[in-house]
Design a protein. Structure first.
Length: 258
């Protein structure tokens, strides 16, 4: 009989007599070392302890990134602004329906405008809490915004829902809607920002940066908005295809007879 290897799958693929298989402890129970204490096998492995007097020599797992925001991971899965809002609204409705004690208080049917609006506010609030953490913290503690903040020139304030908005001189305008007078601050470098720009760009049938920016500013305020919008519109494939100019081929030299 050939020498048995310690790979248990070999035992059956290479063939065994029933009597041998019956007595093959390695096949039925695995190797003996598997029953031993794990730490006796790996003595060098130190168990992490919470005792501060004895700092662990084991390096902390930096790959787990304590400040990594799970919301961003979720948002990265979406490539449409409207879809994000609607998915959040459906999730919120599902949670509310789960909490509802009677059938009549459950929401059914299509999403209502109020639900979509509430979903947008919740999403913006979550994004702002991570991106503008310092500014919101200052407002909540009645402190001045640090001078290093890039939002300082925007005269920002926290509204009743806890959303950061841009202040301005239009506060006493009688007819303008609240969102337009005090647009919501959106971070310049966030996954949601290009999605918002693309949404308004498509809504305006692929309009230029100025029109798109003015549409965005009816609800949102993106710092350095003009350059951000321009950069994003340059990436639009439809616009690139429609605005491209045909290249004229270079003519060859005429023959000497002409
Ligand atoms: Zn376009």
């Amino acid at each position: 009989m050939y020498k048995m290897s310690y790979a248990s799958t070999d035992w059956t693929t290479r063939g065994l007599f029933p009597e041998q298989l019956k007595n093959a402890s390695y096949w039925w129970n695995g190797p003996d070392w598997i029953k031993q204490d794990f730490h006796s096998l790996v003595p060098s492995l130190k168990v992490l302890t919470t005792n501060l007097d004895e700092p662990d020599s084991v390096q902390e797992p930096t790959s787990l990134n304590a400040d990594r925001n799970p919301l961003n991971d979720v948002l990265l899965k979406f490539s449409s602004y409207t879809k994000i809002i609607r998915v959040f609204a459906w999730v919120k409705r599902f949670i509310q329906n789960c909490k509802a004690t009677c059938l009549t208080s459950k929401s059914v049917g299509l999403l209502q405008a109020e639900e979509v609006e509430a979903s947008l506010k919740n999403l913006v609030k979550l994004i702002q809490q991570t991106e503008f953490y310092q500014e919101i913290k200052c407002f909540k503690m009645n402190k001045l915004i640090p001078k290093s903040s890039k939002l300082l020139p925007l005269n920002i304030f926290l509204d009743k829902d806890g959303i950061l908005r841009v202040g301005g001189r239009l506060s006493k305008h009688p007819t303008l809607p609240y969102d337009q007078k005090f647009p919501i601050v959106i971070p310049k470098r966030h996954h949601i920002t290009p999605l918002i720009i693309r949404h308004f760009h498509q809504l305006s049938l692929h309009a230029g940066p100025e029109l798109v920016l003015s549409l965005i500013r009816q609800k949102f305020w993106i710092p350095d908005g003009r350059s951000t919008v321009r950069r994003e519109i340059k990436r639009c494939i439809v616009c690139c295809r429609l605005n491209s100019k045909p290249s004229n081929p270079k003519m060859g030299d005429l023959p000497s007879s002409r």
